[in-house]
Design a protein around this ligand. Structure first.
Ligand code: RRO
Length: 315
């Protein structure tokens, strides 16, 4: 299968990448994704202006079923200079997306100004949906703030920007966020971040499993697949075609990748299951996807991408 896909000025030979936060904090981890067979791109850990240690441990928990997670990492990262140096000065094998975040509007703007001044011309992802900084709501759940922030960004910013969105659960909210995003020359949206907030209880101890935030955290893995698909589909139906989509959430098999494609994803990222299996997962997922294409006699991505049918539509 020819997986060739383009977002803005970046060309991808494979569909899969790591979801933000997973295997992407240090150069050592990032290099493992760069060289993983089947990987099509690399996402860096969302960077703040200064490096951060994040929340206390335990802050990441894998369910005993090995397909689901909850986290309250709290944005541990090595700071924007570290990741900017990586994308500017390392020999990169794959297209690499520089993820940025900020604990305030001013910090976000300062990060983007620094990136612009550096001459970096690749894709940038603005994380509007971290669920784990105590006292800070997820920006993209506040529609007016999101609109105002993007307005300020595009008053000076000329780079290739995508945004990482939280999951929405209401049809009116899909309408609202899409209407805001369609006003801006965004390269793509990434849907969805972890489902925040959830709570997991250990049946042995009757206690929560995470230290920070009283155990509340962002849910990932198979349990969020239907939410992720709904967001990818709802956004594809509402966003202008120039805004591409990275589908994220609930990917543990090739069938999950296929379903994200049906909903309209241009690329697909893998979080929880990458943390569980390691970077060999990309080749496994691509092989499973190939087998589905072969069985269904599908010869091009165009036959699948965005082609999900409703029950009231003709075959
Ligand atoms: O670091 C985190 O706690 C974190 C982030 Br920035 C994010 O975007 N999503 C998530 O589940 N955890």
């Amino acid at each position: 299968m020819n997986y060739s896909t383009t977002i803005a000025n970046e060309h991808f030979d494979h569909l899969l990448l790591n979801a933000g936060g997973i295997f992407c904090e240090s150069v050592d981890q990032l290099e493992k994704i760069q060289h993983a067979p089947g990987a099509g791109a690399v996402m860096t850990k969302s960077a703040t202006a200064e490096k951060r240690a994040g929340n206390p441990n335990p802050r990441y928990f894998t369910y005993p079923d090995h397909h689901n997670t909850i986290n309250a990492m709290g944005l541990p990262n090595l700071g924007i200079d570290y990741y900017l140096d990586y994308v500017l000065h390392h020999q990169l094998t794959l297209p690499t997306i520089l993820s940025v975040v900020g604990l305030s509007e001013e910090e976000i703007l300062a990060n983007l100004k620094k990136i612009q001044a550096s001459g970096y011309d690749g894709l940038i992802e603005l994380n509007l949906s971290c669920p784990n900084v105590p006292g800070k709501p997820q920006i993209a759940y506040d529609f007016d703030t999101t609109d105002h922030l993007l307005d300020r960004i595009y008053s000076f910013f000329t780079g290739h920007l995508g945004v990482k969105l939280p999951p929405y659960f209401d049809m009116a909210h899909f309408d609202r966020i899409a209407k805001i995003l369609n006003q801006y020359p965004l390269a793509y949206v990434n849907a969805v971040n972890s489902v925040g907030n959830g709570l997991v209880i250990d049946p042995e101890t009757d206690r929560v499993v995470l230290m920070a935030k009283g155990g509340f955290g962002g849910l990932g893995g198979a349990q969020i697949k239907a939410t992720a698909l709904a967001n990818v589909r709802a956004l594809r139906l509402r966003l202008k075609p120039e805004i591409k989509i990275i589908g994220t959430g609930g990917v543990t098999t090739g069938r999950d990748v296929y379903d994200h494609l049906l909903c309209g994803a241009d690329l697909v990222s893998v979080g929880s299951q990458l943390a569980i299996e390691g970077p060999s997962i990309f080749q496994r997922l691509e092989d499973e996807l190939e087998a589905i294409f072969a069985e269904k006699h599908i010869e091009s991505l165009d036959q699948v991408r965005g082609k999900l049918k409703r029950l009231d539509e003709a075959e």
